[in-house]
Design a binder for this molecule. Structure first.
Ligand code: IMP
Length: 423
């Protein structure tokens, strides 16, 4: 397969883990490019369920190399427990996982500050409380430690100085202070364990690419959570759109051949922020139950709503999406009528794009087109041509109004439920 960037086209949780798992067979390397362990990529293989937060889903495929790129924020304790869990299930990361020495380190004070800000003393974003925002914040203001710093003899001293600084902030806010000695002990121990994995991933990736190896760039979260293009400030702190693949791995744009957007056949969102097609009624509840819409990282119930074509078109435009990987069509099996938002009505005007202001987006009312449901189970379908005609019509309508071709369609959690159309 050509070098491919895979991104989430909505508010995350589109089913990227599953699509990456299916595509991993066709590439040599899978490289994550942004985010941290706020992500939760679920993959079901047989009866075994894997939830990956930092390790790329490609690790589940024998022999594939996996990269944690420079664009990530890495919680070393979370990463080690993920690696240990994989080992228990017979998957060894040794020689297959490479962590960028330029990736940003997430420290306990980032999590403490994240929780503190979320506790009502500031604007509540509804974060995963994994310290993502504060860690990226430190990167941007140039006070962060990076994975490579863990290997330096000054690490304990540098970490200690930052804990002192965070404790001063927490003290001023009346929050609980962090135990400096125990953090330093835990982190220096983690540094020793991670040392064999921390390396120059930029050179590894570019050398491999020059030798003709193919790379799958794994995005986390989604367009509407992107720090620049999402529903700011109700976003995550990284670039979840395709541009992030270059800055988050060091592979230049002219080495990327195609972009796949993963998109659910309806919409979900976790956390605060505007969501025009949200359903606060029994239909929303039904989508949540039938779609198992509970966060893979935090277990929070996801907000559910109809497919929003304004979001999908915007996402396709920003990331240059060549193909959709549409997921969870089966969740709509029991709907008599399905609605699709084709534009918004806002302050007396029709809007065909996403406004920059979240306050304005919150005032947007969807303009819907109703489509007949198929009222048949699609869960066991393994070939596109065997889908009920009305289900095909729905999918084809979504492709038509978004101007993107269908590459993959998923009708269930299992690997076999992923129908390959053009990829
Ligand atoms: P943070 O990334 O933990 O700072 O959270 C910021 C926002 O992004 C919150 O609304 C989270 O619920 C959302 N978010 C972060 N990661 C994910 C994800 O993997 N899936 C869905 N939402 C996410």
């Amino acid at each position: 397969m050509a070098n491919t960037v895979l991104i989430g086209a909505q508010w995350g949780d589109e089913g990227k883990g599953k699509v990456i798992d299916v595509l991993s067979n066709k590439v040599d390397i899978v490289a994550r490019f942004q985010g941290g362990n706020n992500a939760g990529h679920t993959v079901k293989i047989g009866d075994e369920k894997y939830v990956l937060h930092l390790v790329p889903s490609g690790i589940l495929h024998k022999g594939k190399k996996c990269i944690i790129g420079n664009g990530l924020v890495v919680d070393p304790i979370g990463l080690l427990s993920e690696m240990d869990e994989l080992k228990e299930k017979g998957i060894d990361c040794k020689g297959r996982l490479f962590i960028s020495d330029r990736a940003t380190l997430v420290c306990p004070y980032h999590k403490a500050l994240d929780a503190f800000r979320e506790s009502g003393r500031g604007r509540k974003i509804g974060t995963t409380k994994r310290g993502i925002g504060p860690a990226y914040g430190d990167k941007i203001i140039r006070t962060a430690l990076r994975m490579g710093d863990m290997l330096d003899k000054s690490f304990a001293k540098e970490l200690g100085a930052r804990i002192d600084c965070a404790n001063a902030q927490l003290k001023a806010g009346g929050a609980q202070l962090l135990n400096k000695a125990s953090i330093i002990k835990e982190y220096t121990k983690a540094a020793k364990r991670l040392a064999p994995y921390i390396t120059d991933t930029i050179t590894i990736l570019n050398n491999a690419e020059r030798k003709g190896k193919s790379i799958l760039f794994e995005g986390a979260q989604g367009t509407m959570l992107d720090i620049d293009f999402g529903t700011y400030p109700y976003v995550t702190s990284s670039n979840a759109t395709s541009g992030g693949a270059c800055t988050g791995t060091g592979v230049p744009p002219n080495r990327i051949d195609q972009v796949i957007g993963v998109i659910k056949c309806y919409t979900t969102r976790v956390g605060e922020g505007p969501f025009p097609t949200e359903l606060l009624d029994a239909t929303g509840e039904q989508l949540r139950t039938e779609g198992g819409e509970f966060g893979a990282t935090t277990g929070r119930p996801r907000r559910c709503g109809w497919f929003d074509a304004v979001v999908a078109r915007y996402s396709a435009m920003i990331s240059g999406v060549d193909y959709w990987a549409m997921t969870k069509l089966d969740v709509l099996d029991n709907q008599k009528t399905i609605k699709v938002c084709v534009a918004y009505q806002c302050d007396g005007k029709r809007l065909d794009t996403i406004p920059a202001s979240s306050a304005m987006l919150a005032r947007c009312k969807p303009i819907y087109k109703s489509i007949a449901g198929w009222n048949t189970s699609t869960k066991e379908v393994t070939r596109y041509k065997d889908l009920p005609p009305k289900a095909k019509k729905y999918v084809e309508y979504l492709c038509k109004i978004t101007g993107v071709k269908l590459g993959i369609l998923s009708v269930g959690a299992k690997r076999e439920s992923t129908l390959r159309i053009a990829l």
